[in-house]
Design a binder for this molecule. Structure first.
Ligand code: 0RA
Length: 638
């Protein structure tokens, strides 16, 4: 054992990492697959910092067959020299001392840490073992830790060329901490690709070496966020111009923006701070939007599109058709909001507004054709808006009249939103059984027929005219947010659980997706505040000769049952919700004691847009696969 263990410093070090093991959720968000993947992002982010400092251009991430993750870079190598304060090699400090908020070394403007930028020591604390290899000074150094504790002093294990430098971290996540220790490759790949878009001179190699999943892939996006915008627009109709791009330093804040209009209706604007996707937006986006609205209205008047008597275009008008990435680098980011993904620094709004104000004018003054195309998108939006403002007033009065005479909704008795649940059920027959089976006091049933409108493609008037959508807006009670009026008010939500209940087949998958798209586009807070769930009815029921009957929710559960259950049993297969009688429906999908619900969560922009784009196409994967790809971890909702 190392002699440092006995001094006061080391004792507090151990206590620090113990705290991480006791309450891992505090440091990495959760112990689900999302938290597990986060371990990799933490280590990758350190390497990206080395890239941002100008010393690294390649990062590799490997998933090994034995569950180990390997992350290596060609940076300067984490310093191995003795750190004055602790008397320990700096690399050991990096892996064994908990750095508050990950702001270690802030003095030399280290851009690090966003949502959980907690650093390498947290990864170390949550691993069965971790090994770090540093190439530096022509030597190869190695150290190993187990569950955060030093098991061998840092030692030189070999030689390398003087100019060969870098850091490699290998670790095995701890199955005592995580629910599952199987990294989710698709999520990691999305994140790495996004990192490549945001860091154009960086090359990221990914290699999945796990049996059955083998793949090697390199992410390198020299066109950066311009390429990202183009990629996002591949799913949209006809881009109207080449992306507009600028990058500018304003004080200590770097602002980088790319946008491109298409003929599609609506907007898609993604914000990032220090490479972290800000799902809830924030000051960088408001700074951009405010400035952009002002500029475009000035132009519209200059070219005579808006006359003196005309009202200004709204922000929504001028962003109609826009796909944009707003990326800022901030030395001291603050995040707020439900999921701590909303940038809160007022100076970010100022910096983006200042940069956008000058750069956008500079661009449009020289590109009048593009300016005109963009303004005609605004004009189109304004026209529809005016027509729809009328239609909406009419609709809302009609809806107010029909609110209680809506035959399809079987409402619950309680008026306490915290305990109320609404089940959106595919098909009248399942809807009928659900109405019989439910707990009438707290559970409302809304049967929907066929497919609701594809809101991604439809215009607002069609969306609002759709019967199922009207009924939902009505039932939830909190309005809707995109487009005209920003009426959404989550405090008025009547049901704190909104449960999508569709069949486990292709049609069911499609309907679930359309519903999610609708929520994502028009009521995104329902998702970010955790109100949307997907019911997971079982696929099978095993009825053994002796012992208890058991519902099995997927084929993996069936395989496990076959392995562990001794003796014969009959297997009942459920095809659809409509085939279950009321009792079965209660037991399997409605009863809070026994049902399985998945909470829907928008992992990041890519996930969200793949929910909508992948499933909108003709190639609709089975619902279960979709749920596993896009919903959060399964939670027994008890
Ligand atoms: C601080 C100083 C120096 C390198 C690093 C940090 C560093 C950290 C990580 C984490 C992953 N990969 C990394 N690569 C480098 C270098 C100081 C010097 O050489 O003078």
């Amino acid at each position: 054992m190392s002699k440092q263990t006995y001094d006061g410093n080391s004792i507090s070090i151990l206590e620090g990492l113990e705290a991480v093991r006791k309450r891992p959720g505090m440091y990495i968000g959760s112990v689900s697959t999302k938290g597990l993947n986060h371990l990799i992002y933490e280590i990758v982010d350190n390497s990206v910092d080395e890239y941002l400092a100008g010393y690294c251009n390649e990062i590799s991430v490997y998933l090994e067959p034995d569950g180990v993750a390997v992350i290596s870079d060609n940076g300067r190598g984490i310093p191995v020299e003795i750190n004055d304060k602790t008397g320990l090699p700096a690399v050991q400090v990096v892996f064994t001392v908990l750095h508050a908020g990950g702001k270690f070394e802030n003095e030399n403007y280290k851009i690090s840490g966003g949502l959980h930028g907690v650093g390498a020591s947290v990864v170390n604390a949550l691993s069965v073992w971790l090994e770090v290899t540093v190439k530096r000074n022509g030597l190869i150094y190695e150290q190993r830790y187990e569950r955060g504790k030093v098991v061998s002093e840092l030692r030189v294990t070999g030689k390398c060329k003087k100019n060969e430098t870098g850091t490699t971290v290998r670790f095995l996540p701890d199955d005592e901490i995580f629910e599952k220790t199987y990294f989710k490759a698709s999520m990691i790949r999305n994140r790495l690709h996004e990192t490549a878009y945001l860091n154009p001179n960086l090359t990221i190699h990914f290699s999945n070496r796990r049996p059955g999943e083998e793949i090697e892939i390199t992410y390198h996006e020299p066109e950066g966020i311009c390429a990202y915008v183009k990629k996002l627009n591949e799913e949209r109709q006809n881009p109207l111009h080449d992306p507009v791009y600028f990058k500018r330093q304003v004080g200590s804040i770097e602002v980088e923006v790319a946008f491109q209009y298409t003929e599609d209706f609506g907007e898609n604007i993604l914000g990032f701070c220090n490479n972290i996707y800000t799902a809830e937006g924030g000051t960088h986006l408001t700074g951009f939007k405010t400035k952009f609205t002002t500029i475009m209205n000035q132009y519209a008047r200059e070219i005579g599109m808006l006359k003196e008597k005309d009202a200004n275009f709204t922000g929504t008008d001028v962003r109609n058709g826009m796909t944009a990435i707003i990326s800022v680098k901030h030395p001291d980011p603050r995040f707020e909001g439900q999921t701590k993904t909303k940038l809160d620094n007022p100076d970010a709004a100022k910096a983006v507004a200042e940069a956008a104000g000058e750069e956008i004018v500079f661009y449009f003054d020289k590109n009048l054709e593009t300016l005109k195309k963009v303004l005609s998108c605004a004009e189109k939006s304004a026209k529809i808006r005016k027509a729809e403002e009328k239609a909406k007033t009419n609709m809302l009065t009609r809806q107010k009249l029909s609110i209680d005479s809506n035959a399809k909704l079987a409402n619950c008795e309680s008026r306490k939103p915290e305990e109320c649940e609404i089940f959106i059920v595919e098909g009248d027959s399942a809807g009928g059984s659900a109405k019989t089976a439910r707990n009438r006091r707290t559970q409302a049933i809304l049967p929907i027929r066929g497919k609701i409108l594809n809101v991604e493609k439809a215009t607002m008037d069609k969306v609002l005219a759709n019967a199922e959508i009207k009924t939902m807006i009505n039932a939830f009670g909190c309005g809707f947010s995109e487009g005209y009026g920003n009426d959404f008010d989550i405090s008025k939500l009547r049901y704190h659980k909104i449960v999508i209940m569709t069949d486990a087949d292709v049609d069911g998958a499609h309907i679930a997706t359309l519903l999610l798209t609708f929520f994502y586009r028009f009521m995104p807070e329902l998702i970010t505040h955790g109100h949307i769930f997907i019911a997971m009815p079982p696929l099978y029921k095993a009825i053994p000769k002796k012992g208890k009957e058991m519902y099995l929710y997927d084929d993996a559960a069936l395989a496990k049952y076959r392995k562990t259950h001794k003796g014969s049993f009959t297997l009942q297969r459920y095809k659809g919700l409509g085939e279950m009688d009321a009792d079965q429906l209660w037991e399997t999908t409605l009863d809070p004691e026994t049902r399985v619900l998945k909470q829907v969560e928008i992992e990041d922009a890519r996930m969200a847009s793949s929910v909508t784009s992948m499933l909108m196409g003709s190639d609709v994967p089975p619902r279960r696969q979709f749920i596993y790809e896009n919903a959060a971890e399964a939670t027994l909702d008890i």
